[in-house]
Design a protein around this ligand. Structure first.
Ligand code: ADP
Ligand code: MG
Length: 488
């Protein structure tokens, strides 16, 4: 009997040992399997180190973000001061002579022409007087590179033709808002002299001239009877459009994150020292031209070798340093220059594709595609790269590329957050909910980009800022401004 019990106990013990053995084997083999996948994917410690080096290279710490905010704020103050000759500030702080914002009750049909860095867009807008704007007609054309580097008259003839497509036939005379997204010197809302080209433009016979007059003359050559009622910057248009569309909170700024980057905000006229005539109780929108922050010398930003190379080979060397770290025109080029360097040390072996070899052939929209891939083996990146004649990448190369894109785009977002914080501080709205309106394809389309700005703002303690995508704000704002002014 005892023997029988002993045997049964032994049997139970045996089964228990076998079960735990099996469980242990299963656990270990699972772990082993995981290791095997990692090995298959080729991510050993050296490779992880390379990825971390790239991340560190483009990381902007909390402390740096706060420091940069402070420097931008000081440059804002300096830019508003009266100076004899050239301002000491790298940020121009241009008065726009826009002294009021719409209140949502404006109505009627109006037209606008919006010239960005990539596209020219003409629109016909219906304002219903209840804070709604409906785009009835739109004509969007990419500005050909031949015109970006050609003659001024040809560029303006092209713009006039673009505008004529949305104008109703038979009207006596049209009132048009003109959004021109380059720095201009304005003395009133109906004229503006181009200070310098940015964003890759180099058209002759325009710098120093009144761009309203140039468009007027082109309209006349085309036989179109139209009056340019207002000239504004795209940032100003975005601010104005948001003021009309969002009445629940005050819009304090309009920001562009597209081909280039810039911001406009609402300032007290009494704080604009350099304004000759002012209404001390009034406001005026200031076009900051923040893209030029920290130029001609890098004093506060910490450029990578790639930033320096990009600047050196650009057509506006030593200008727009901030923009060159932020905006859509440049992010892809920074990534391309990094890939060139990585390919020299064989870490990215695909330097025979045009997209890697030729300057500006790796666009920011390609970074967007790369960042969209969340598959475990980054297989979407594989097919995307194959289409660019970059086939047979390893997992490591794809991972490295994706991390590089993230590092460069997150740096851009954190720099933008520092600059937005500077504006919020300038207008004293840290503790109030306020809207910062944003327009531009980079902000609208790049994965996680908007969240990255918002998170960085929260990190710095500016959590009450509401970022609001204001699509087509730059054009709608010009049409609105034309409507507001033509009612005066
Ligand atoms: P503009 O600057 O002429 O007003 P946009 O706001 O549309 O025009 O910006 C165009 C720029 O945005 C392009 O030059 C490109 O750098 C960037 N861009 C376009 N598509 C995307 C995308 N899907 N993701 C990120 N950036 C993009
Ligand atoms: Mg635009």
């Amino acid at each position: 009997m005892d023997k029988l019990r002993e045997r049964r106990n032994l049997f139970i013990l045996g089964v228990a040992i076998a079960t735990s053995g099996l469980a242990l084997y299963y656990m270990l083999s699972k772990k082993k399997k995981k290791l095997t996948i990692d090995q298959q994917l080729n991510l050993d410690r050296d490779k992880l180190h390379i990825i971390n080096r790239i991340k560190d290279k483009y990381h902007i710490s909390y402390e740096n973000m706060v420091k940069i905010k402070g420097h931008i704020l000081s440059e804002f103050q300096l830019g508003l001061q009266k100076v004899d000759g050239e301002s000491q500030s790298s940020i121009k702080m241009l008065p726009t002579f826009i002294t009021k914002k719409p209140n949502g009750t404006e109505e009627g049909i109006c037209y606008a022409l919006d010239v960005g860095g990539t596209n020219a867009r003409a629109i016909k807008v219906k304002l219903d007087g209840n804070g709604k704007a409906e785009i009835l007609e739109t004509r969007k054309q990419v500005i050909p590179s031949s015109l970006m580097n050609g003659r001024g008259d040809d560029l303006f003839d092209f713009l006039a033709a673009c505008l004529s497509d949305v104008l109703d036939e038979g009207a006596e005379r049209y009132s048009i808002g003109f959004t021109f997204s380059f720095p201009v010197d304005q003395r009133n809302v109906r004229s503006g002299y181009l200070i310098k080209w940015t964003k890759g433009f180099n058209t002759s016979d325009v710098t120093g001239k009144d761009v309203v007059k140039l468009l007027d003359q082109a309209l006349e050559r085309a036989g179109i009877k139209a009056e340019i009622t207002v000239l504004i910057n795209d940032t100003v248009g975005t601010l104005i459009a948001s003021s009309y569309l969002n009445t629940e909170h005050e819009t304090i700024a309009g920001i562009i994150l597209g081909t280039g980057s810039n911001a406009a905000y609402v300032e007290k006229q009494s704080s604009i020292e350099k304004l000759d005539e002012k209404d001390n109780d009034g406001i005026m929108v200031i076009n900051t031209e923040w893209g030029n922050f920290d130029s001609p010398l890098y004093k506060y930003l910490i450029p990578t070798e790639q930033d320096i190379m990009l600047d050196k080979d650009s057509i506006n060397f030593s200008q727009q340093h901030f923009e060159k770290m932020i905006s859509g025109m440049y992010l892809g080029e920074i990534v391309r220059l990094e890939l060139m360097e990585l390919s020299e040390s064989s870490l990215f072996r695909h330097n025979n594709s045009e997209n890697i070899l030729k300057p500006y052939h790796f666009g920011t929209e390609m970074m967007s595609e790369i960042e969209k891939d969340n598959t475990p083996t980054l297989s979407n990146i594989e097919s995307f790269l194959s289409k660019l004649s970059i086939p047979n990448t390893t997992y490591f190369e794809r991972k490295l590329l994706k991390e590089l894109c993230t590092a460069v785009s997150v740096r851009s977002a954190r720099l933008v957050a520092a600059a937005i914080a500077a504006i919020v501080e300038k207008v004293g709205k840290i503790d109030e909910h306020c809207i910062v309106a944003v327009d531009g394809s980079l902000y609208e389309l790049y994965p996680n980009y908007a969240d990255n700005i918002k998170n960085a703002l929260n990190e710095m303690g500016y959590s009450k800022v509401i970022l609001k995508l204001t699509k087509d704000g730059s054009g709608i704002g010009a049409a609105l401004a034309a409507a507001v002014l033509s009612n005066e």
